[in-house]
Design a protein around this ligand. Structure first.
Ligand code: PEP
Length: 254
């Protein structure tokens, strides 16, 4: 945690969730009670088809919604794509950019991720910029170099704590049940914090939320969320079931 920084717990539903999942979203919203609302921001990034219905049914609950990706352009001939403005129009207030699955499946480069983060700002969405090393990069001792390069290349100039969140997600930890040690997470988050102060300025860089993501679950959330400079979590698999997601969020009740 960073003193004075409001944590964010974000669920990334990926390509999971049909209309029936509205029940899970409403269970999450229902459990986001006043004591939690005082403590944290809570966000679900469902598939694009569910942003509008979840946003609509969550009105008054404080539960935030967002997209999992956006195109860099505001509109145009880009079949199958979604603009940041469309996410905002559907009720979203955040968008994940540069998730490792996008970087791998769609060959997204740092420059493309930066353009998407710029699009997010243009549409008044908060960009959650993801960075993280692969297993091979970790084994080669390149974790910090890879993360710092992605960060520098993916963050547009002029961002601040209100427009930017960074998520550190080791690729090998995503969906694998494996997590880095608390000491490893602390080392990477400290490096991200130091670089953010250079990239967006000392004052704003100290306040940008840095999330940890990769196999966060109720049983390890307390340890991971207690690490210095870990200002919340980006949660994949465990965000699909309200009981698991709220089990993670519960660490902030204490
Ligand atoms: C993710 O893909 O953003 C993620 C963190 O997934 P999981 O929690 O399932 O590892």
């Amino acid at each position: 945690m960073t003193p004075g920084v409001r944590p964010l717990v974000a669920g990334n539903w990926k390509m999971n969730g049909m209309r029936g999942s509205l029940h899970e979203a409403s269970a999450i919203a229902g459990q986001y009670d006043w004591s939690l609302r005082r403590a944290i921001d809570l966000l679900i990034c469902p598939p694009a088809t569910l942003i509008a219905p979840i946003s609509r049914q969550s009105i008054g609950s404080g539960l935030l919604t967002g997209g999992q990706d956006c195109h860099a352009a505001a509109s145009g001939a880009h079949t199958g794509d979604l603009s940041a403005e469309m996410i905002a129009d559907a009720g979203g207030s955040f968008v994940i950019v540069g998730h490792s699955e996008r970087r791998a499946d769609h060959k997204e480069t740092d420059a493309m991720v930066r353009a998407k983060a710029e699009a997010a700002r243009r549409a008044r969405l908060v960009a959650i910029v993801c960075v993280g090393e692969t297993q091979a990069e970790r084994e080669a001792g390149k974790t910090l170099a890879v993360v710092r390069k992605q960060l520098k290349g993916s963050i547009p100039e002029g961002m601040n704590a209100a427009t930017l969140v960074v998520a550190y997600e080791p690729v090998w930890a995503i969906g694998s049940g494996l997590t880095p040690t608390a000491a490893d997470v602390a080392e990477v988050h400290a490096a991200i914090r130091a670089d953010l102060k250079k990239l967006v300025g000392k004052e704003e860089g100290a306040k940008v939320r840095i999330l940890y993501g990769g196999s966060v679950k109720p049983s390890n959330a307390a340890e991971l969320m207690a690490v210095e400079n870990v200002d919340g979590a980006l949660v994949g698999g465990a965000s699909l079931k309200a009981a698991d997601f709220m089990g993670i969020v519960a660490v902030y009740r204490k």
